[in-house]
Design a protein around this ligand. Structure first.
Ligand code: FES
Length: 80
């Protein structure tokens, strides 16, 4: 099982972490990936100046906002 981690630290929370988690959850369901990908919340990973931090496994934090969440998922998860 691979993991997508979304930061829910206070700065990312204000920028929409929970909306991004909801979007990723819907996409995981839509593409039947719940056996392959697990969604996790994590605390601040020191990338607060950017949009919401999302990590895939142990990657560096990517910066994702609500508008780019679906495209990010398609590129990094479906394309992985
Ligand atoms: S609160 Fe998300 S990186 Fe700091």
């Amino acid at each position: 099982m691979r993991a997508i981690s979304v930061c829910v630290g206070s700065s990312c929370h204000l920028k929409g972490s929970y909306d991004i988690i909801r979007i990723f959850k819907e996409l995981i369901n839509e593409y039947n990936l719940d056996k392959e990908w697990e969604l996790k919340a994590e605390f601040c990973c020191n990338n607060c100046r950017n949009p919401v931090s999302v990590r895939i496994e142990d990657s560096k934090p990517y910066s994702v906002d609500v508008d780019s969440a679906e495209a990010f998922f398609k590129e990094k998860i479906l394309g992985a």
